[in-house]
Design a protein around this ligand. Structure first.
Ligand SMILES: [Zn+2]
Length: 407
């Protein structure tokens, strides 16, 4: 009989944490990390003393807190705007199988009614245990710049009105971050209000100048949504040059940034600039993935099945039908980490730190998420030198494993 059914010991692993790598063993009890020890340190937790203990031999793989994706629209054929619990779960499951243990479902510019419907579905599925953990919602829009709308639907883009902002925030206690163009009327007031409600205001889809970004930072904006994508840069008016969001990201230490490191949106030299000059302390990578992530290439839909736009997935990225711009990515977090190593030049330990602890910090969850320590939730992954994920555990439950890994 199993007297300790919830005890799991992971041995023969290299723990990647705080930008360092060391051999380790981990004991998990009832879904939480009980001990992280040096090799042999958990020998006393054996079958004799703890009948029913499950031992996982990591065979010298890496173990790390699971990857956190703070900007993703879906995957596995499902989009969070589909408005069904099944869509949420399908996407969360698919991403878990590539190493994501926590994510922020992200909305697109939409009507008030559609946003409210998304909130209602989130409320129903927020505690699901079948895929990556939901860490709150990221609203991308609808308060965006028309000049930098990217693939967002123009019909729904509008300037913020505090009445609507308050209504949305009061309708949903789970909004974690909100992407807004700070140069819009009322956006600064909105940012202050969001900070009071523990929501990260993020600069994105914006044409702001450096001065406007500095002002935005004074009012509480502290993050930049997909740097280089739908972001202003240097413009010239009457001979004078005006720096934009991209230049601000390098200069203003108060700002953190995210990059779509899918290998297509940003070429290697730009990822290298971000890594070297903004640095691993202020940077995380995001998938910004659409429903086509984890799916075969071909036709797909950006946004909801009912109101979405036709897009095409080819060459590992999602394109607008005229192929003149990208509509989003089909990346998974393992690919982000691989690219931050091979394209940006980060070490494996730095890339993992950006995808775990730094991502958690950006969304204000650093005390709960991002590292494996006594008392923390057992959200972890095992992977090899190619960042090929072989096991994903969320809250002590194995959600994904390559055949026989945990035997
Ligand atoms: Zn997005």
């Amino acid at each position: 009989m199993n007297s300790n059914p919830m005890l799991i010991k992971i041995i023969n692993v290299r723990l990647v944490q705080y930008r360092a790598i060391r051999p380790a063993e981990i004991l998990i009890e009832d879904g939480f990390v009980r001990f992280v020890a040096a090799p042999g340190g958990l020998d006393a937790y054996n079958e004799q003393r703890c009948p029913g203990i499950r031992v996982i031999d990591g065979k010298n793989r890496y173990v790390c807190h699971g990857f956190i994706d703070i900007h993703t629209h879906g995957g596995g054929g499902a989009d969070y705007m589909d408005g069904t619990p099944e869509a949420y779960i399908t996407a969360a499951r698919m991403h878990a199988s590539y190493g994501t243990t926590g994510l922020l479902p992200t909305t697109l510019a939409a009507s008030r009614e559609e946003l409210i419907r998304t909130f209602e579905v989130y409320e129903k599925v927020k505690d699901q245990k079948e895929g990556a953990r939901f860490l709150g919602l990221h609203l991308e829009g609808p308060y965006l710049s028309l000049a930098q709308c990217g693939a967002q639907d123009l019909t729904y883009i509008r300037p913020p009105r505090m009445e609507e902002v308050r209504f949305l925030v009061e309708s949903c206690p789970h909004i974690r971050r909100w992407t807004i163009a700070p140069e819009l009327d009322c956006a600064l007031e909105m940012a202050e209000y969001l900070r009071l409600n523990d929501i990260t205001p993020s600069i994105g889809h914006s044409d702001a100048t450096y001065d406007e970004v500095r002002e935005a930072v004074r009012h509480g904006f502290n993050h930049i949504t997909h740097l280089y994508s739908a972001c202003s840069t240097i413009t010239r008016r009457g001979g004078y040059r005006y720096p934009g969001i991209i230049e601000s990201a390098y200069l203003l230490d108060e700002l953190t940034v995210e990059v779509i490191a899918d290998g297509h949106h940003l070429p290697a030299p730009l990822l290298q600039m971000v890594y070297r000059f903004i640095g691993p302390d202020r940077t995380t990578a995001v998938t910004d993935s659409l429903r086509g992530a984890g799916m075969p290439e071909g036709d797909s839909i950006l946004g909801s099945l009912q109101n979405g736009q036709h897009v095409i997935i080819e060459d590992g990225v999602c394109k607008m039908p005229d192929r003149k711009a990208f509509a989003g990515s089909v990346a998974t977090t393992d690919r982000l980490v691989r690219n931050m190593i091979h394209m940006a030049g980060a070490s494996l330990a730095e890339a993992c730190d950006m995808q775990t602890r730094i991502a958690a910090r950006i969304i204000g969850r650093e005390d709960e998420l991002g590292v494996l320590e006594t008392g923390r939730r057992a959200d972890l992954i095992l992977f090899d030198d190619h960042i090929s994920v072989s096991l994903t555990m969320v809250g002590g439950t194995i959600l994904f494993e390559k055949e026989g890994v945990s035997k």
